[in-house]
Structure formats: structure tokens, C-alpha cells
Ligand binder design. Structure first.
Ligand SMILES: [Zn+2]
Length: 153
């Protein structure tokens, strides 16, 4: 099973690994819906639209395609995509607590942490966080940097 976005119901769903997204109706269907079985009983993918869409009349096919296009321009769908992208950003721009604790335990006793910054304008709301890197030393105490916020313009 794999996690995919069900745009019609605006949620993440699980589908079997061999399911594919139809480029016309926007539904997930088994891969066999996207091609044909040849004489050697081997599946050959031949198109990106599912069998149901493939069998529609040209008029209905175009209507399904147009409906999907309009739907994807709607606010709920746009908001949902924004939410998914936000989740992805949070996961990519963060570091796991376990990993950070492991790294922090390696630092000399009594050392301190800072996060640096520069620039003026922020593109996003998150500063970059990373494993501790030696920043400077003050009166024999080592100060490590664990992140930076760079807001250049
Ligand atoms: Zn389809």
C-alpha cells in the first residue's frame, strides 16, 4: 500500500502499490486500467487515462476533463494542497528530537547553544535547524550553533 492524495475527498488515502492516478478523472485505479494485455498475457501500459475515461464519448471525456480542471482551481482544493505542502515543509525543515539529543550528548559539558540570523526579510516562518556546529568560544566555554535564519533581500 502507498499513501496518495485523494483530491476529490481532500484527504490522504491508502491505495495498493499498483494503483495509478488517472490524468483525466483524477481517481486511482489498478494499473491494468491503463493499458492492455498482449498475446503473451503481459500487461502493456498504453495511456495515462483509465479505462472508464478511455471508453467515454469524446463529448463526455472532455466534460470530465474540464470538470477536473475547474475543481482543481477551486479554493478548497488550493487550500488543501497548501496544507499538504506545509506539512511536507515542516517535516523537511525539522530534525528529529532523538537525533538532536544524540548530537547534543556529544558536546562538552558546560557548552552553550545559539541560533544565528542575518538579513531582513523572511521567505518562510522557519529558521534552518541543524546538528550542532562549533560557533565560537567565550572564556573557555564552547558555543555551538544549531540553526540559522537567513533573510536576504
Ligand atoms: Zn479516469
Amino acid at each position: 500500500m502507498k499513501s496518495v492524495i485523494d483530491f476529490w475527498n481532500l484527504k490522504v488515502i491508502e491505495v495498493p502499490d499498483d494503483y495509478k492516478l488517472c490524468t483525466v478523472c483524477g481517481h486511482y485505479k489498478h494499473k491494468h486500467s491503463y493499458g492492455k494485455i498482449n498475446e503473451e498475457k503481459k500487461f502493456i501500459p498504453t495511456r495515462t487515462n483509465c479505462e472508464d475515461c478511455y471508453n467515454l464519448s469524446t463529448e463526455k471525456f472532455n466534460k470530465v476533463k474540464e470538470n477536473k480542471k475547474e475543481y482543481f482551481k477551486s479554493k478548497p482544493v488550493k487550500d488543501f494542497i497548501k496544507k499538504i505542502e506545509r506539512k511536507q515543509t515542516l517535516l523537511e525543515e525539522s530534525i528529529s528530537v532523538e537525533e538532536m539529543i544524540k548530537e547534543l550528548k556529544k558536546l562538552p559539558k558546560g557548552s552553550r547553544l545559539v541560533m544565528t540570523q542575518d538579513g531582513y526579510y523572511a521567505e518562510g516562518d522557519l529558521a534552518y535547524i541543524h546538528k550542532p556546529e562549533k560557533f565560537t568560544e567565550v572564556d573557555g566555554t564552547t558555543i555551538f550553533n544549531i540553526g540559522n535564519s537567513s533573510q536576504n533581500y
